[in-house]
Ligand binder design. Structure first.
Ligand code: AVJ
Length: 329
């Protein structure tokens, strides 16, 4: 038998497996991104310890409506969501983060196994340990992995599992372009397997002012979150970015339907990473993130192309945010 595909035993309630590549791709990704005509850095590198903490601060900002709106939708509808997913389901969560919404779902769904997947190993461990304390009956197998890359979900032996459900809250799918999101959802479809379910949070299209405030808050937390990427490069890769020589920029592009975040050079300047030199013209930017917004219909169509059929959609009264219930066809 293929050793790699042998089912993993679920021994004890709390286990972790590291699926991150041996060699850290951060340096190569940064050097490649900064060498482009439009300099860019992948948003997944926001989430070091400092970045994860800053993101948690973003989630409670008055301007950042997605987190509290999605939580409200879940509080209102979690019974129906659990019923939609059904019993004996292995719950897989992508980008599990601090996992507050997860608690709601787990206490209704009572899944035999919970598999959180996150790129931030420390966040994964602390959130999982909290859940293990809260739900002593729950088997948890945490996977430290980059789910933007192909990932073969291990099989688990010895539990009454009839299907899988993938939970992907927070509108993190918005970090992909619609084209990338399609490729990603096709992989999620394979991960869910036949008859599997997808419960996914998707931020809705809305007016420019609301969106731009959400990504450029008055307290400057999002600016700090964005600039932390340069700080991380300085810390981990021996960079020499002067943080006060860059400013945070965020704007909504209604044609593309996404918010763009950039770090804009205030001056003509030079920075180095790993001994390599990068020149910045005044007002030249590093593109650090997109956050794509969808109408309910647009997202359903995208998911349909990826092999899901839309079954349910839950929204808030102001139609700011949506949570979709879909089935793998
Ligand atoms: C975690 C990707 C959903 O796009 O709204 C928040 C990240 N960036 N403020 C988002 C983020 C700036 C967030 N996601």
């Amino acid at each position: 038998m293929d050793a790699e595909r042998a089912p993993l035993p679920v021994e004890g309630v709390l286990r972790f497996y590291n699926f991150l590549p041996e060699a850290n791709p951060f340096l190569a990704d940064v050097l490649a991104g900064l060498a482009r005509a439009q300099k860019s850095l992948p948003p997944k590198y926001f989430y070091d310890d400092a970045g994860s903490r800053l993101f948690e601060q973003i989630c409670v900002l008055p301007e950042y409506y997605p987190t509290r709106t999605e939580l409200g939708i879940m509080q209102q509808n979690v019974a129906e969501m659990a019923q939609f997913i059904g019993p004996d389901t292995q719950l897989v969560e992508l980008g599990s983060g601090a996992g507050i919404k997860t608690r709601l779902l787990i206490e209704r769904l009572l899944p035999p196994l919970y598999v959180p997947i996150d790129i931030d190993g420390r966040m994964l461990r602390s959130a999982s340990a909290q859940l293990a304390e809260l739900f002593p009956w729950l088997n948890i197998v945490g996977l430290c992995a980059d789910y933007t890359l192909p990932l073969e979900l291990p099989q688990f032996a010895g539990l009454p599992i009839r299907r899988k459900a993938v939970f992907f809250p927070g509108s993190t799918v918005g970090n992909f372009t619609p084209e990338e999101a399609l490729a990603f959802l096709r992989r999620v479809r394979r991960m869910a397997g036949a008859g599997g379910a997808l419960l996914i949070g998707v931020d809705l299209k809305k007016d420019k002012a609301t969106l731009e405030a959400a990504y450029d808050d008055a307290a400057g937390v999002t600016a700090k979150f964005n600039l932390n990427l340069l700080e991380r490069i300085n810390r981990e890769l021996g960079g020499d970015f002067a943080l006060d020589r860059f400013r945070h920029k965020a704007f909504y592009d209604p044609i593309r339907g996404w918010v763009e975040m950039h770090l804009e050079s205030r001056y003509a300047q030079v920075a180095h990473v790993d001994g390599k030199r990068f020149d910045f013209a005044v007002r030249e930017t590093i593109h650090t993130e997109i956050s794509c917004k969808y109408s309910v219909g647009e997202f359903q169509e995208l998911a349909r192309k990826a092999g899901f059929s839309a079954q349910k959609v839950w929204t808030d009264p102001r139609q700011l945010f949506s949570v979709h219930g879909m089935l793998a066809v």
